[in-house]
Structures are given as C-alpha cells and as structure tokens.
Design a protein around this ligand. Structure first.
Ligand SMILES: C[S@@+](CC[C@H](N)C(=O)[O-])C[C@H]1O[C@@H](n2cnc3c(N)ncnc32)[C@H](O)[C@@H]1O
Length: 312
C-alpha cells in the first residue's frame, strides 16, 4: 500500500507499523494488547529561554518536550491565525463546536463566569478569546512569541483587556505564584501532537493544574482515517492545511492519551469526537473519536490515608 503513496506522504508515515509513536512515548501499551516499544527515541534537545528556564508550558520540567521545528512552523503562519480564508481557517470554523464542549451550560450567556483557564498552545488566542467572552479569566500561553504578539493585538482590538492575558511561557518561579491564584480549567487544544515527548508534556500540563482542577485536551487520533483525511486529503489534495503540519507517527490514540494522563494524575471522565460535515462545511460533536477528539478529566492527587498517617 505504501508504494501507491507519493514520497512526501510515505515520509509522513512511520517506518514500520511496529515503530508507533507509542514506542517513543514509553506508554504501557502491552496492557492494552498492543506491541511493546521497540526502540528508545533520541533525547529531546531542551530549548531554553533567555532567563534559562526550560520552555515547556509547565516551566518546571528539566527536559523539554518542545520541538523547535514545530514551533517555527507555526510561528511562520502567525500572521494568518485569524484569517478566515487562511491556512488554519478550519480552527476558526471548529470554534463553536470546541467551545460547546467546554461551555457545558448552553443556556447561560456567561457560563464560564468565575472560572480561571489556562489555554496552553493558544497560538493567537482563537480559543482563548471566546472563552474569555463567556466570562472566564483566561491566560493564553504559546511557545511562539510571534503568535503571542498577534494574540495581544487581536484581543486589544476586541477590547477584552482585563480577563485575557497572553504569555510566551512561564518560568519556574512564576509557576508557583500561578498555581496559587489559578486554575479552574487547563485547556490544551491541538498541541500534544506537535511535541517531542507527549508523556512528559502531560506531566508539564498536570503540573499547571491544581488538585481537583478540570483538564480539557483535544488532539488527533493516530488512525488510518485520520491519516487519510487530515494528512492526505487536507494537506496534500485540498491544501486546506500547510503540508507537513501533521506527522502520523506523532498522533496520539485515545487509549494512549488516557494512560499518559493517568500517569500525570489526570483521570479522563469523558471523551467525544469532532465530526466534519463536508456538505454543510461545519463541525459537530460526535461519538466517533477516530479523527479529532476531545477529552475531559480531573486532576486527582492521592493524599496519604489516615491509617498510614497514624503509622508514620
Ligand atoms: C495547531 S496550533 C493550536 C492552536 C490553538 N490551540 C487552537 O487550537 O486554536 C498548535 C500551537 O501549539 C504551540 N506549541 C507547540 N508546542 C508547544 C509547547 N511545547 N508549548 C507551548 N506551545 C506549543 C505552537 O506554537 C502552536 O501555536
């Protein structure tokens, strides 16, 4: 089957079916009846900030999951994030559906009033802005300064100053202060498929989430259907998304995501798919998680039981 594909698409696929991205991630796949990892990945190269802090969203990790090539790719499109005819217009089209997964109460105009949200990998704030408009106090973080600059300008034009802020990262000392004042929800849309070590990335996201805080993440499944639609059709046939944006081997299956989050003390309570209707040209929530999907979870941190406290 691979021979039928053009060389650029063959490169987008993993070298063999056994070299799944899970091999790189060290996820306990054997428990789920899948092949165990075959080889370890090369160590990711940490990207440090001017102040020396490692530039993961968590800011507290010693090794970075940040992939500089991925960040540079998105930074080169920073000017186009809000363009309704631009290369990432599908994110804007998806917004009402994505927001419906987070908003919960469809009858309230400010359903997120009183909530504090961190939007990790916010780009130019395409999702941060609607969340702020629904009453949340939102901090958008992105590794690409170029996107953060656009986010600030765009938000200022829409006059959402007080409840919406953008940062290009959090340093370790800031993170402590942040956790005291934050978070109700940590939100991470379509980023995990662009990092080098998703398991570690989940750890960084969890570090930013307070105990009992809500956690919302969306990503793309590593399925044949996602390969056919997101990569072959959208990148190479219809040119909706810039070529090379998605790498099949970096996509994450729902099972893998659940395990990685569990390792990071986040327990998934709900999953939903996002379906595209080509006739209407819009998206809607669905039960089908084979391409784009959302997960909602809660961070739980075990406290020592009364018995062990007494024994100690
Ligand atoms: C596909 S865009 C998603 C934008 C936005 N979340 C949305 O869904 O509308 C991915 C974004 O993640 C950012 N990103 C990638 N790796 C990151 C990391 N390790 N930390 C923070 N941001 C990262 C990129 O710069 C890019 O803006």
């Amino acid at each position: 089957m691979l021979r039928c594909l053009p060389p650029c698409l063959r490169r987008a696929l993993p070298a063999s079916s056994s070299s799944t991205s899970a091999a790189r991630r060290g996820v306990r796949l054997a428990e789920h009846g899948q092949s165990p990892p075959q080889s370890a990945p090369p160590p990711p190269s940490p990207a440090t900030q001017k102040d020396g802090a490692v530039r993961t969203p968590g800011g507290g990790s010693t090794a970075s999951s940040l992939n500089p090539a991925e960040v540079a790719h998105f930074a080169s499109f920073a000017e186009t994030w809000w363009d309704t005819e631009g290369p990432f217009k599908h994110l804007l089209v998806m917004n009402p559906t994505r927001v419906s997964f987070i908003r919960r109460d469809p009858n309230s105009s400010k359903p997120l009033e009183g909530l504090k949200i961190i939007d990790v990998g916010c780009a130019a704030g395409m999702l941060s802005e609607p969340l702020a408009r629904m009453g949340a106090t939102v901090t958008g973080i992105d590794a690409a300064d170029e996107s953060i600059k656009i986010a600030r300008v765009h938000a200022a034009a829409g006059i959402i100053f007080k409840t919406l802020k953008f940062r290009d990262s959090l340093s370790i000392s800031e993170r402590g202060a942040f956790l005291l004042s934050y978070i109700s929800i940590l939100e991470n849309a379509l980023v995990i498929e662009h990092v080098d070590n998703p398991s570690e990335f989940c750890g960084s996201l969890s570090a930013l989430t307070v105990p009992n805080g809500a956690f919302v993440i969306s990503t793309i499944n590593r399925s044949i259907r996602a390969f056919a639609t997101m990569i072959v059709a959208l990148e190479y046939i219809f040119h909706w998304i810039p070529k090379g944006t998605h790498h099949w081997s970096k996509l994450v299956t729902p099972d893998e995501l659940v395990l990685m989050l569990e390792k990071a003390s986040i327990y998934v309570q709900e999953m939903a798919g996002i379906g595209y209707n080509p006739w209407r040209g819009d998206f809607s929530m669905s039960k089908d998680t084979s391409v784009d999907y959302f997960a909602y979870g809660i961070k739980k941190v075990e406290t020592p039981s009364v018995v062990s406290q007494t024994q100690a």
